[in-house]
Design a protein. Structure first.
Length: 319
């Protein structure tokens, strides 16, 4: 089926949409944004809420967020989470506020697809994927591997370069779109001028030419309709191309600014493939080519019954 955003076709897995590959960076971004979007005025301390649930007491407003527990806490309840006596050591506690989203993206680990309790530490060049140490020992021992942060730094310039090329191509699409609008306006204006010439010539021969005037106007109206239809088709193609490139740019920008090294390595290969696909679409081939319309008034002193007002000529736009 086609992607609802860029219309690129993809295969639905046998177990349905839930079987689609999980997008870790986007999921982390959504989770972090959901947490950071809540203000301290609207979120109560979850620890206080549980403690006062039976006696009906009030809860203090949350000012901190425990990354390990996934809980909103007030200042008092957050203190035990920062102590080394907690199971597994001190938890990562961050203030609730505007900077929480960026903090959560930095501190949250990225876990292996196959070993859910293991964090990814290596990038396999042979398989183009992030792996944990256990994956390396079992399947990737003979493969070429490198630490994720090191590989991320290697891949970032390529993503940045692809994004620059996409931005440049977006400019070309926008310019082509603007030119199409301008050409359409000129074409319609010219057609309207020809209409006036037709009407003026028709009036010169009075009622004898009414029928031919009507036929010419109908043909011109058809030309105008076709002009608009063709221009709209070109506009739709250009807008779709622009949307695809803008989607790539937005995602790349979010990934480079907010993604962790493992997010960069996880997405780099597919991003490069997508950028190459977009750049291989030559936007210069998508052009609006209006027809050339002319009108030659008839010499009323030598007019024939078949051409009382003149001859209308419509030449299609050249490719």
């Amino acid at each position: 089926m086609p992607c609802p955003l860029c219309r690129k076709e993809f295969q639905i897995p046998p177990d349905g949409l839930c079987g689609l590959q999980h997008h870790f960076f986007i999921q982390h971004l959504v989770d972090a944004r959901n947490v950071s979007s809540k203000s301290t005025d609207e979120v109560p301390c979850q620890a206080c809420l549980e403690a006062n649930e039976e006696n009906g007491g009030s809860s203090a407003a949350a000012t901190m967020y425990c990354v390990d527990c996934g809980e909103y806490l007030c200042d008092r309840c957050s203190r035990p989470h920062t102590r080394t006596t907690m199971k597994g050591g001190a938890h990562q506690v961050r203030p609730v506020g505007a900077g929480l989203e960026q903090e959560l993206l930095k501190v949250r680990g990225s876990y292996c697809d196959k070993h859910k309790d293991k964090q990814v530490e290596l990038y396999c060049h042979d398989c183009n994927e992030n792996i944990c140490v256990l994956c390396f020992a079992v399947k990737h021992r003979l493969h070429q591997t490198v630490e994720v942060p090191e590989m991320a730094e290697t891949l970032k310039p390529r993503i940045e370069n692809d994004d620059e090329l996409i931005l440049s191509s977006m400019k070309a699409v926008r310019q082509r779109s603007d030119k199409t609008k301008e050409e359409r306006a000129k074409s319609l204006s010219h057609v309207e001028s020809v209409e006036k010439m037709v009407v003026k010539a028709g009036k010169a021969v009075k009622r004898l030419v009414d029928r031919q005037v009507s036929e010419c106007l109908q043909k011109l109206q058809s030309v105008k309709t076709e002009c608009t239809k063709q221009a709209e088709i070109v506009q739709e193609q250009l807008q779709l191309m622009f949307m695809k490139m803008d989607s790539f740019h937005t995602y790349s920008h979010e990934l480079l600014n907010k993604g962790r090294p493992c997010d960069v390595t996880r997405a780099a290969v597919e991003l490069h493939k997508r950028a190459t696909e977009l750049l291989n679409n030559d936007v210069t081939t998508v052009q609006y080519r209006p027809p050339h319309v002319t009108f030659t008034p008839a010499d009323v002193t030598q007019v024939t019954p078949s051409q009382l007002i003149g001859k209308l000529s419509v030449v299609a736009g050249k490719l």
